[in-house]
Structures are given as structure tokens and as C-alpha cells.
Design a binder for this molecule. Structure first.
Ligand code: CDP
Length: 221
């Protein structure tokens, strides 16, 4: 069985950076599942599809022409690496992600990332729905104010404009939508809780690697 580590948690909790580093350390593949929801939302916007048309959006998700290469993401032949990281795209993604037909459509695409020697997957429902048999499940979180500050730094670093107050409001709204929705809501479930409010990325990575080494059947990684 190919091992999977799932890292779920709310917006801007640092899942992406932590998951990528854990994957790099173990030589595992990495799945940024949020990217698929962002890309579905982006493709829908580009096609002029409203974000409430569930059946049409399912078709958009099914026909997603996406290509990941060397840290860049291509949608229908266009480099959307920066565009897909905007806050408006994140907001659209969380609306599209509430639709059960879209989630069902993206399931097989996500599971296809499970390849030897292993996978680190980050998102909201990686441990609860997509990879329920994961050998290690982590729920990564931090206080909303800290997450807003981290997202602010990230956006500024990418040359985008941002306001902490707006970000905090957006993050709270997305947290509520992700946790309250009927389809695959964000829940801690049986996952190990990791609050990174007072932790660096490296400390979080070390903690996850320690938990992973304690998993049954894992030795000397
Ligand atoms: O960076 P942030 O955590 O805000 O967003 P993301 O991980 O890129 O995900 C964007 C949106 O996709 C989230 O607000 C979720 O609503 C949704 N999502 C989801 O529903 N399930 C996942 N496995 C991953 C993301």
C-alpha cells in the first residue's frame, strides 16, 4: 500500500508550505487539492459560467485541462500560477467547493496522485474523504489573526496588493463556509492537531516527520 500523509486545515494555516517540505524531505509526491478547486473556479469564470450552476460546473471540473510543471500551473495552455493565488480566486474556489457534484468529479483526479513511493496531500477533506486510509492525518491550524498576517506576507511577496483587515474578514468567511457546508466539511476528526500559531514552518515539519516515523511499518525515513 502506498503511504499517504494528509494535512488538512483552514485557510492560510501554512498547510501548503509545510506539506511541500514534508514531501520533499521524504521524497514523496505532493497534492495541493485546493489548487484543483481554484482552477475549477478560474476555468468557470473564464467560460462565463455562474458559480451556482452545479451541473455545468461539474462539466468544467471534468474537462479541466491542467498541467503542473516545475512549480508552475497551466490551465488550457496559459500560465495561471499567479492568477490562481488571488484572494478573489480563493473566494470563488470556496463557493465551487461547496457543490457535491464538483467534489465528486475531482475525487478520481486527486486519488491519481497516490503514486510510489508516497504522497503528502493538503486540503480540507484529505483525511476524511479522499484518503481515509492515510497512515498519518494532521489537522494544521493557527489563530485567524496570525493566518491573516501570513496570507498578507504571502500576497505582498508575490507583488499583489492586500489589506490585513479584508484578509481577516475573508478568512473568517471562508472558514465558516468550509466548516458549515454539507459536502465534506472541514473537520479535525481523528487527525493529530497541530496549532502553528507559535511555531515556525520548520518546527511544524519536524513534528509531522516525528509522527510519521512513529507510524506502524515506517522505519528509518
Ligand atoms: O490557501 P487557502 O487555504 O485559503 O485555499 P486553498 O487550500 O487553495 O483552497 C481554496 C478553497 O478550496 C478553500 O477555501 C476550500 O473551500 C476549498 N477546498 C476544499 O473544499 N477541499 C479541499 N480539499 C481543498 C480546498
Amino acid at each position: 500500500m502506498i503511504p499517504v500523509i494528509t494535512i488538512d486545515g483552514p485557510s492560510a494555516s501554512g498547510k501548503g508550505s509545510v506539506a511541500e517540505r514534508v514531501a520533499l524531505h521524504l521524497g514523496f509526491h505532493y497534492l495541493d487539492s485546493g489548487a484543483l478547486y481554484r482552477l475549477t473556479a478560474l476555468a468557470a469564470r473564464q467560460a462565463g459560467v455562474s458559480l451556482e450552476q452545479e451541473t455545468v460546473l461539474q462539466g468544467v471540473a471534468q474537462n479541466l485541462d491542467v498541467h503542473f510543471e516545475a512549480g508552475n500551473t497551466w490551465l488550457g495552455g496559459h500560465d495561471v500560477t499567479t492568477l490562481m493565488r488571488s484572494e478573489s480566486c480563493a473566494r470563488d474556489a470556496s463557493m465551487v467547493a461547496a457543490l457535491p457534484a464538483v467534489r465528486r468529479e475531482l475525487l478520481a483526479r486527486q486519488r491519481a496522485f497516490r503514486q510510489s513511493p508516497g504522497l503528502v496531500a493538503d486540503g480540507r477533506d484529505m483525511g476524511s474523504v479522499v484518503f481515509p486510509d492515510a497512515c498519518l492525518k494532521v489537522f494544521l491550524t493557527a489563530k485567524p489573526e496570525i493566518r491573516a498576517q501570513r496570507r498578507y506576507n504571502q500576497l505582498i511577496e508575490k507583488g499583489m496588493s492586500a489589506s490585513i483587515d479584508n484578509l481577516l474578514q475573508d478568512i473568517r468567511a471562508r472558514d465558516a463556509r468550509d466548516a458549515m457546508r454539507g459536502a465534506s466539511p472541514l473537520v479535525q476528526g481523528e487527525a493529530h492537531l497541530l496549532d502553528t500559531s507559535d511555531q515556525t514552518i520548520d518546527q511544524a515539519v519536524r513534528q509531522i516527520l516525528t509522527w510519521y516515523r512513529d507510524c506502524p511499518g515506517v522505519r528509518g525515513t
